[in-house]
Design a binder for this molecule. Structure first.
Ligand SMILES: [Zn+2]
Length: 644
C-alpha cells in the first residue's frame, strides 16, 4: 500500500491523490465528536434561508440527524459556538450557508475563527457564489463562480460521489467555478474541469454549484445524491437513520372528469376500465389516490352539475376500488373553475386553451384581477366539495390536492377547520406567489396540515428500467418517499399527447416491482408514517472507530441505520446488548419503545478495485497509511517549493 501511495504521489501529484489530501488535512479520528450539524444562514438572503430549509429537511426530517441553525445576522460567531470547553468540536459538519449569494457577511475575526480553529478539524461546506469571497475561495479551493446552463456533467470517483452516476444529466441552471488548489469532482461536460467545476473538494471542505434546492422538487436533482455520501468526509465517521421502505404512491387528479376535459375532448376510462385498472394495481400490491372534482360547470347557465348524474357508474367503480383496499379518495376542489364564473360564461372563444385560461384558478389567486380569491368563495367551494364527497363515499376526506397547485394560506386554514389532515401539492421549499412552501414530510409552515407533495410525473414516464432507475435514484439512495402524479386520462397539449392505458401502467408497475419491491401506499399512509418518523430522534458520538447512539422512539418501530467513514465499513453492531446482522454500510433494527443504546463498530475496508481499474483512493486509509501520506505530502510540498 505504501508503494502504491508513493507511485500515486509521484505520478499524480497531490491533486490526483485524494487520500493524501484527506489524510493530511483531517481532524483527529480518535477524538470523539457528536453527530450534530450546524447550518449558518442569513435571513437577508432568500437563497440562504432556502438553503437552510433544504438542509434541515434532508438531514433532519429525512435522516433524523440533529441540526442546529444560526442566523449570522443576529448572532456573532464565537469559539463557544463551535467548540466545547475542552476544544472538542460541537459539530460534525458546518455549512456556511450565510454567504452563498457572495455577500461579505462575516467579520475578520469570524473568518479567522473559521480559518484557524475550524478548518481541517470539521468538514466545511458551502455553495454557489460563496467562493466569490477571497477567504472562502481559499478555504474551498475554487473561485470566480458564474451562472451557466449545464446539460450534462462528468463525475470523478471519490468517496463523496459514490452515489452519483459517472455521467450526470443536470439540465438546469447551475454555478460553475474555476479551480485554485481544490479538486474538481463533478464538472460541466462542455467545459474542462479546471474552469467548469460543479463540485470541488479541498481536503475535507466542499463547495458545490448545484442549485437544486432553489428549484421545484429539490429532491430530484444530483445534490441529494452528493449529500448521501458527503457525510463520509467526517473524519470520525457518520451515522444517520433512513426510512427502511421504498414508499411509492400514485396520485391521480381530476377524477372523474373536469370542465376543461369537456371542452378539450380529453378521454377517461369507462367504469369497466377503472375496475380493470384497480385489479391491475391490486395484482402488484399497488394503490392509488383519486382526487375528486365533484362538479362540472355549465358554460351556458353557470350551474354546477354533479358527476353522480353523468358518471354514476364510474363513482360506483371507485367505491368498489375503495372496498378492494386499492383506492383512497381525496378532495381536488369543487369545480376546478374560478369561483367568479363570468370569466368562463362570458368568454366568446371556443379555443380550448383560451377557455382554460378563463377558468383559472379555483383557490388562492385570481389571475384576472391579480388578487387573492376571496375567503368566502374559497369556503363555499371547499364546504360544498367536502359535503358532496362525504355524501358519495360515506366519510370525510382527509387529503386535499389544490387544482393547478394553486392555493394560499387561507385555503389551508379552511381545510384545517373542515378536518383535513394532509395536503399534496408540488414539492417546493419556498413561497411562490401566494403559494406557501410545500415540504415532503413536514407540517405546513402556515397551518397544521401535514405535507406529502408529489415528486415525479407518472404519465409519459418511460417504462425503460434504466430510465426509471436514473430518474428515481436520488429518492432511492436517500430513502425519500416517491409520490407520482397522474391525470388518469388521454390528454394532449399542442405538440404532445399522453395516453393513460392499463397496459402502459402495468409495464411501469412491473419495472418498479423488479427494481425496488416497493411499499406501495396511499398518500395518507405515507403521511402517517412520516408523522411517526418525525417523532424519532437520536444522539450519537463517533470516535476511535466506534459510534455510540441513543435512539428514542415513542413506539416500536423499524428503521434502517446507515453508518461509515471514508475507507471503513461496519463490522458489528449491537442494540440494547443484542448483536445485529449488518451489511457494510448499514442494517435495519426494530426499535423498542423508549430510548435504546446502539453501538456500531467500524473497521478498515478491504481493498477493492476502483472504477475503471484505477485504485479507489477511498480504501487507502488507516493510521499507518495516514502518517505515511502526511509525510509524503510534506515531501511533495517541499519539492514544489524548491521548484518555485
Ligand atoms: Zn387538477
Amino acid at each position: 500500500e505504501l508503494t502504491l501511495i508513493l507511485a500515486l504521489a509521484i505520478l499524480g501529484g497531490v491533486e490526483e491523490n485524494l487520500s493524501i489530501h484527506l489524510a493530511s488535512s483531517m481532524g483527529d479520528p480518535q477524538q470523539s465528536i457528536p453527530m450534530r450539524i450546524l447550518v449558518l444562514y442569513d435571513d437577508h438572503s432568500r437563497d440562504s434561508v432556502i438553503f437552510k430549509r433544504y438542509l434541515t429537511w434532508l438531514l433532519n426530517t429525512m435522516w433524523r440527524i440533529p441540526v442546529d441553525t444560526i442566523n449570522t445576522h443576529d448572532v456573532k460567531l464565537s469559539e463557544e459556538i463551535f467548540f466545547e470547553e475542552n476544544s472538542k468540536p460541537r459539530y460534525a459538519i458546518v455549512f456556511l450557508g450565510n454567504i452563498i449569494d457572495g455577500e461579505y457577511r462575516l467579520s475578520e475575526s469570524e473568518w479567522n475563527l473559521i480559518k484557524n480553529r475550524l478548518n481541517g478539524k470539521v468538514p466545511l461546506v458551502t455553495c454557489l457564489y460563496a467562493v466569490q469571497i477571497e477567504e472562502a475561495a481559499e478555504l474551498f479551493g475554487c473561485e470566480a463562480p458564474k451562472h451557466k446552463d449545464v446539460r450534462t456533467a462528468h463525475v470523478k470517483p471519490d468517496p463523496i460521489t459514490e452515489a452519483v452516476p459517472r455521467t450526470l444529466s443536470v439540465g438546469r441552471g447551475a454555478v460553475i467555478s474555476e479551480l485554485k488548489d481544490g479538486d474538481a469532482l463533478i464538472w460541466d461536460s462542455q467545459v474542462e474541469p479546471r474552469s467548469g467545476a460543479l463540485l470541488v473538494r479541498k481536503g475535507i471542505n466542499v463547495w458545490f454549484g448545484f442549485r437544486d434546492f432553489l428549484g421545484g422538487t429539490p429532491s430530484n436533482g444530483p445534490l441529494t445524491m452528493v449529500f448521501c455520501s458527503l457525510l463520509k468526509l467526517i473524519p470520525q465517521g457518520f451515522v444517520r437513520l433512513k426510512i427502511p421502505y421504498t414508499f411509492i404512491a400514485l396520485r391521480i387528479d381530476d377524477i372523474p372528469y373536469t370542465t376543461e376535459s369537456w371542452f378539450h375532448g380529453w378521454e377517461y376510462f369507462s367504469a369497466d376500465e377503472w375496475l380493470e385498472f384497480f385489479k391491475t394495481l391490486k395484482r402488484h400490491g399497488a394503490k392509488c389516490d383519486l382526487l375528486i372534482v365533484p362538479y362540472n360547470v355549465s358554460k351556458k347557465t353557470g350551474l354546477f352539475v354533479p358527476y353522480n348524474v353523468t358518471h354514476g357508474d364510474v363513482l360506483e367503480a371507485i367505491r368498489e376500488g375503495i372496498e378492494m383496499g386499492v383506492v383512497e379518495v381525496g378532495c381536488h376542489g369543487a369545480t376546478h373553475v374560478n369561483p367568479n364564473l363570468k370569466y368562463f360564461m362570458e368568454a366568446e372563444t371556443r379555443d380550448p386553451w383560451e377557455l382554460t385560461n378563463t377558468i383559472r384558478f379555483e383557490f388562492g389567486y385570481d389571475p384576472h384581477t391579480g388578487k387573492r380569491i376571496p375567503k368566502e368563495a374559497q369556503e363555499l367551494h371547499l364546504n360544498l366539495s367536502t359535503e358532496t364527497l362525504e355524501d358519495w363515499f360515506g366519510f370525510r376526506p382527509k387529503l386535499f390536492t389544490p387544482p393547478w397547485h394553486v392555493w394560499d394560506n387561507v385555503t389551508e386554514s379552511i381545510l384545517e377547520n373542515l378536518g383535513y389532515k394532509f395536503i399534496s401539492a408540488d414539492f417546493r421549499l419556498y413561497q411562490a406567489g401566494v403559494r406557501p412552501p410545500s415540504i415532503m414530510g413536514e407540517r405546513s409552515l402556515v397551518s397544521s396540515l401535514f405535507e406529502v407533495p408529489m415528486t415525479h410525473g407518472w404519465d409519459g414516464l418511460d417504462p425503460n428500467p434504466e430510465v426509471i432507475s436514473a430518474v428515481l435514484k436520488p429518492h432511492i439512495e436517500a430513502g425519500i418517499p416517491i409520490v407520482f402524479l397522474s391525470h388518469g386520462r388521454n390528454w394532449s397539449y399542442p405538440g404532445w399527447s399522453i395516453s393513460f392505458a392499463i397496459s402502459e401502467n402495468e409495464v411501469r408497475l412491473k419495472v418498479l416491482d423488479d427494481l425496488y419491491s416497493p411499499r406501495y401506499a396511499k398518500i395518507t399512509e405515507i403521511g402517517r408514517f412520516l408523522m411517526n418518523w418525525s417523532a424519532i430522534s437520536f444522539e450519537a458520538r463517533m470516535g476511535g472507530d466506534e459510534i455510540s447512539m441513543n435512539i428514542t422512539s415513542p413506539f416500536n418501530f423499524k428503521v434502517r441505520v446507515e453508518a461509515g467513514r471514508a475507507g471503513y465499513e461496519i463490522s458489528e453492531a449491537t442494540y440494547n446488548g443484542h448483536s445485529l446482522e449488518v451489511e457494510k454500510d448499514g442494517f435495519t433494527v426494530e426499535l423498542a419503545k423508549g430510548t435504546g443504546l446502539l453501538t456500531i463498530k467500524l473497521q478498515k475496508a478491504e481493498a477493492v478495485e476502483g472504477a475503471e481499474g484505477r485504485p479507489s483512493n477511498l480504501y487507502l486509509y488507516g493510521s499507518a497509511i495516514a502518517i505515511a501520506a502526511a509525510v509524503l505530502t510534506v515531501i511533495v510540498i517541499l519539492e514544489r517549493g524548491r521548484r518555485k
